[in-house]
Design a binder for this molecule. Structure first.
Ligand code: SF4
Ligand code: SF4
Length: 376
């Protein structure tokens, strides 16, 4: 039976996190079960953007420190790396506190800048990937994610965290190629198979609810989660967030591929195994995709999914226009304007807006369907 450990941790105090991380690993057989002396180990935190650690957007630096220390105790040589959604890796790491921890622990920070092609013959939607070169140069990878809601994928945890293994703007092409959630989720399952992390750990001491992964609200959730199977860790995480875990797109894709156990097939252990919360859902959580034939969703996607709307607080910074995969946004007279015919409903604009000026509103048919469902 796959094991997932959930342990309690009520603050980011250094000693508290270190003790909790040790307890987590003890439940999983100890770090030396996964890391052998001399192993070069890439730790991949969530560094979506350079914002204060208190906003709960990025993996907390004390959680990074605790993992780095355990790797060293096992004889491994850790490095930390990511390709943030926005901005330069070093600057992002500096703002979210991870650079300071790397310096204090004498650990190299590796920006994911050099790409390398990786063949994936067993991939379901990807037969080859262009990943950060360092992934092929280390012996082991540990995914060190943050517990958050996600507008497009429902939740983001250990598996979605690996999306940062694509270099820079390569990420945007996946939104263009895989517009449906189910396809995007299959791509993430393939990515997980290519990166093969030996451990997946989630910082859920403070999570994010609502408009995640960037503009939601921090929620105190007091737990660290971990295990050797990232799909299982994410299933338990989504369940503890109060969601129907097996209905999350990545969980569905992994279950369909036979790569994940069901929730009932996971042995959950640890001092935090009874902790559960009710996270506020991301706004477009109720897409009708998956409940209708795919051709119908494609044909009338704009009505069946929530659409992004620019709110008055837009400061015309241009960030959304720069990163919108199909270039559907222009800055006109001091405000972002969306061309809804071109928009593919990927929600990158909502994810990246620095002032939370992108809200999501239901399309016409989605509204009708929801009303009909409520009336039943
Ligand atoms: S919507 Fe947000 S990201 Fe886009 S221009 Fe306005 S403030 Fe910037
Ligand atoms: S406008 Fe927003 S949701 Fe639409 S394609 Fe651009 S980034 Fe994606």
């Amino acid at each position: 039976m796959t094991k997932v450990a959930v342990v309690q941790a009520y603050s980011y105090d250094q000693q508290t996190v270190e003790q909790a991380m040790k307890e987590l690993l003890d439940h999983l057989g100890g770090m030396s079960k996964y890391i052998q002396p001399g192993d070069r180990v890439l730790v991949k935190p969530n560094m979506l953007e350079g914002v204060d650690k208190g906003l709960s957007v990025t993996t907390h630096p004390e959680v990074v420190r605790a993992v780095l220390r355990l790797i060293k105790q096992a004889g491994g040589i850790p490095v930390v790396g990511d390709s943030p959604g926005l901005g330069n890796t070093v600057k992002v790491a500096e703002k979210c506190g991870i650079l300071q921890v790397c310096r204090e622990e004498a650990v190299e920070l590796v920006p994911f800048e050099q790409p390398v092609e990786v063949a994936l013959p067993e991939g379901r939607v990807l037969k080859k990937l262009i990943l950060a070169k360092v992934i092929g140069e280390v012996d082991k990878v540990i995914s060190l994610a943050k517990m958050k809601t996600h507008s497009f994928m429902g939740v983001t945890g250990a598996v979605k965290n690996l999306f940062g293994c694509f270099v820079g703007t390569d990420k945007a092409q996946f939104h263009l190629r895989m517009k449906r959630r189910a396809d995007f989720a299959c791509m993430l399952v393939d990515l997980y198979g290519a990166v093969k992390p030996v451990l997946s750990i989630v910082d859920g001491i403070t999570g994010m609810e609502g408009a995640g992964p960037r503009n939601g609200k921090p929620i105190q959730t007091n737990m660290l989660l971990g295990g050797s199977c990232g799909f299982s860790v994410d299933l338990v995480m989504a369940d503890r967030m109060g969601f129907k875990a097996e209905q999350m797109p990545v969980a569905q894709a992994a279950l369909a591929a036979g790569l994940s156990p069901t929730l009932a097939g996971i042995d959950v252990v640890g001092s935090g195994k009874e902790l559960t919360y009710r996270f506020q859902e991301p706004r477009n959580f109720e897409s009708l995709e998956g409940r209708m034939p795919g051709w119908l969703v494609d044909f009338s996607q704009n009505q069946f999914t929530a659409k992004p709307r620019i709110e008055p607080q837009c400061i015309a910074c241009g960030r959304c226009a720069e990163h919108c995969p199909p270039h559907a946004i222009q800055i006109v007279e001091g405000r972002a304007v969306i061309d809804y015919h071109t928009c593919i409903r990927c929600y990158c604009c909502q994810e990246l807006c620095p002032v939370n000026a992108v809200s999501l509103v239901d399309g016409m048919l989605l509204k009708v369907a929801k009303r009909l469902r409520k009336a039943k």
